[in-house]
Write a protein that binds this ligand. Structure first.
Ligand code: PMT
Length: 205
């Protein structure tokens, strides 16, 4: 199979040095890419700004913003690819971005935001798998995203739980199907979760 994996955060710049972002480190997505490549699949990894080495056998494309990530995903996808979107994409960006660093007095107290494109929703792939970082109504919110984005599966993680979500080497996840069917998984390393996910995707072909 051919895997395209997104990982890490995006940065949405307000000026030359200030941006909106989130705490994603890319660990989850890099683990998925490593698992896919390790099982012999051609794998493209599209990474936001993170500080991780490229897994063996993976083609990596570095991006900064959601719009960069969208372009890289669309350019990398073929109709027979599997898209696994672990990236924590900023839903909004500042409407205006200054090329130079704004002086403190020049920065508006209210920043106008505009929506970013939804990369996963608009992508055309053989199978689409999403991740959902939730803090409440975890499985129900994930199932709603799964249906709204036309996914085969979504991996829900409650990022309020110790050992789960952003930056940890472990995760506590559930595999959630569009009809809400949920398989709750115990705490495990992101590497183990990634291997389980790749095995699940292989079972669809
Ligand atoms: O990187 P780590 O530190 O290891 O942390 C891992 C993680 C917590 C980031 C990861 O496990 C995770 O949960 N990723 C999804 C983050 C998220 O909040 O997604 P979301 O609920 O905003 O979006 C749902 C899905 O749509 C995701 O697959 C996302 O990549 C995708 N999406 C969202 C918005 C957008 N504009 N484009 C997208 O493609």
């Amino acid at each position: 199979m051919r895997f395209v994996v997104t990982a890490g955060p995006t940065r949405e710049y307000l000026d030359a040095v200030r941006f909106l972002s989130n705490p994603s480190t890319g660990k989850m997505g890099f683990a998925v890419a490593a698992a896919a490549a390790g099982r012999g699949h051609e794998t493209v990894l599209i990474a936001g700004p993170v500080n991780l080495p490229t897994p063996k056998g993976v083609k990596r494309i570095d991006v900064v913003s959601a719009r960069d990530m969208l372009k890289a995903v669309h350019a990398s996808l073929t109709g027979d690819s599997v898209l696994v979107a672990t990236a924590a994409v900023a839903d909004f960006r500042p409407k205006v971005c200054s090329k130079r660093k704004l002086h403190k007095a020049e920065i508006a107290r209210q920043i106008e935001l505009v929506p970013n494109p939804d990369i996963l929703k608009t992508a055309n792939a053989r199978f689409k798998v999403g991740f959902a970082a939730e803090t409440d109504a975890v499985e129900a919110s994930a199932a709603a995203k799964c249906r709204a984005k036309g996914l085969r599966l979504i991996v829900a993680n409650d990022v309020t739980r110790p050992g789960a979500g952003f930056a940890a080497d472990t995760n506590i996840a559930s595999f959630v199907s569009p009809d809400g069917t949920t398989e709750k998984l115990p705490l495990m390393t992101k590497r183990r979760l990634a291997a389980k996910l790749v095995e699940r995707i292989e079972s669809w072909s």
